[in-house]
Write a protein that binds this ligand. Structure first.
Ligand SMILES: C[S@@+](CC[C@H](N)C(=O)[O-])C[C@H]1O[C@@H](n2cnc3c(N)ncnc32)[C@H](O)[C@@H]1O
Length: 458
């Protein structure tokens, strides 16, 4: 039996849509999510090996659908994103260390293999002395409200971050910015490699904490955007297999984190992940609950400081490798149902968060109907919800590692009218505030990942 508390709230008996069977997949979590399967097979990789996946061909109906949809939505970015998605040897995995275990030996191994930190840990005094004169932050200020203080951000246009060639001064500016971003979450250590090397996943050993979790590094961005602080109450509304809950624990020690997952099989998986990464001393702060996330907000209205909705979605990577054309077709049909479920989950999250609290909505699809359109739909009927700009806070500082696509200007206009109208700024800055999208590109193969941050007005 799991050592974690389970919510006494019953699983909603009206739940009848087994949509999760469609996303019984590794989602954003990379090979760690399949490590349990490997463990069962007794796999014991001892060395870092080049990523060799069993050759599986892509599913033609899904690829045809993507070609049609994404060439329209992503324009010039689609052919290169397509090339990455179709070349599984190019896929990368980050190694997120577990701050609750001893990691010295792993750190040394990673460094000797050429891995380096995604968010370099910075000596603040060095940054202040050597950085440009505009940098006037203290460690305290940098952590306080925003991940990155405004004076620290270059005012380049969104497109600069991935289209324009890098000048040395831009690159330096971004290094400093991403280092400042690490101040917001100084204990989060994720190692990445410039090449698609695969670090072996660790076997589950009852009673022993794992040292690291393998994941798509873009999965960390929603957690960075959530800005969890020590002592806060956090809800992870769609939690299994638990990668982001673990990442939250690397950033801070919440007073309480409720990890919700309605699928029993995936909930077991979640409980096992938590058991492998969270020490006994913090058990009382973790609740695993089994509710339908759509009704969670009604039951626990205004309870949480931070809510993460890492929504069930049409996972582009997994869906492209559907087992058969028939499964691919079935998934594409289900795709049409997802935005309604996602909007219900996001509304529920906005009810569960306290006034002044923050909700982060994320998916691992590039589909605008599951991303910008969902956020916009919910904003249209939640006047108390205020979207926040993550472009300057996250996309610009981390553009050295991730390729971000700005929302196409026509997006919201054709899908939904932005309403209420943005108070400050024009429609294009409003579109920035709807969210940011990580699009896999050669050399920056992380993603897909969409994230949007919405604050509930006081
Ligand atoms: C993208 S995955 C979450 C991944 C997880 N956050 C992580 O980082 O490991 C989405 C999860 O939402 C769950 N889900 C599906 N329908 C749901 C619902 N109505 N309420 C809450 N969770 C749901 C799925 O079973 C699935 O485990």
């Amino acid at each position: 039996m799991s050592k974690y508390m389970f919510s006494i709230l019953p699983f909603n008996s009206t739940w009848r849509t087994p949509l999760w069977c469609l996303w019984l997949c590794s989602c954003h979590s990379g090979p760690d999510a399949v490590s349990l399967l490997n463990e069962r097979k007794g796999a014991r990789n001892k060395q870092v090996t080049k990523l060799h996946k069993k050759k599986r061909s892509s599913c033609q109906p899904v690829l045809d659908h993507f070609d049609q949809q994404y060439s329209q939505e992503l324009g010039d970015l689609w052919p290169s994103a397509r090339a990455v998605l179709l070349d599984r040897h190019s896929w990368q995995y980050g190694v997120m260390l577990n701050r609750f275990s001893t990691v010295t030996d792993i750190t040394q191994t990673l460094q000797s293999q050429g891995f380096s930190l995604l968010l370099p840990q910075t000596n603040v005094s060095t940054l202040l002395c050597n950085g440009p004169s505009t940098i006037l932050i203290s460690k305290h200020q940098a952590r306080k409200d925003s991940l990155l203080p405004p004076q620290y951000i270059s005012k380049c246009s969104p497109n600069d971050s991935y289209v324009q060639p890098e000048s040395p001064s831009h690159a330096l500016g971004r290094d400093l910015q991403s280092e400042a971003l690490s101040l917001a979450c100084p204990s989060l250590q994720c190692y990445i490699h410039p090449y698609p090397l695969r670090f072996p996943s660790q076997a589950h050993r009852p009673g022993q904490l794992k040292q690291y979790y393998l994941l798509n590094a873009a999965s960390l961005l929603p957690v960075l955007a959530l800005q969890v602080r020590d002592g806060e109450k956090v809800l992870d509304l769609c939690s299994a297999p638990g990668g982001k809950a673990i990442a939250i624990f690397q950033c801070a020690t919440p007073a309480l984190i409720c990890c919700n997952e309605p699928d029993p099989h995936r909930r077991d998986w979640l409980a096992k992940t938590l058991e492998s990464f969270v020490p006994h001393s913090l058990n009382s702060r973790v609740i695993v609950s089994a509710q339908d996330g759509r009704s969670f907000g009604q039951r626990e209205a205004g309870t949480y400081d931070k809510v993460l909705v890492d929504a069930p979605c049409s996972n582009d990577r997994t869906w492209l490798y559907s087992c058969s054309g028939q499964q691919g077709e079935q998934r594409l049909q289900e795709r049409a149902r997802l935005p309604m479920l996602q909007a219900q989950l996001l509304r529920s999250a906005l009810s569960a968060v306290r006034p002044g609290g923050v909700v982060v909505y994320s998916t691992c699809t590039m589909s605008s109907s599951e991303n910008y359109a969902v956020v916009e739909t919910v904003l249209n009927d939640c006047p108390e919800a205020e979207p926040e700009d993550l472009w300057e806070e996250i996309a610009i500082p981390l553009s050295k590692y991730f390729a971000f696509s700005p929302a196409h200007p026509g997006h919201g206009q054709t899908l939904h009218k932005p309403s209420p109208q943005p108070q400050n700024g024009n429609v294009s800055s409003y579109h920035h505030r709807l969210g940011i999208l990580v699009v896999p590109q050669p050399g920056k193969t992380w993603g897909p990942m969409f994230l949007s941050r919405i604050r509930r007005r006081k």
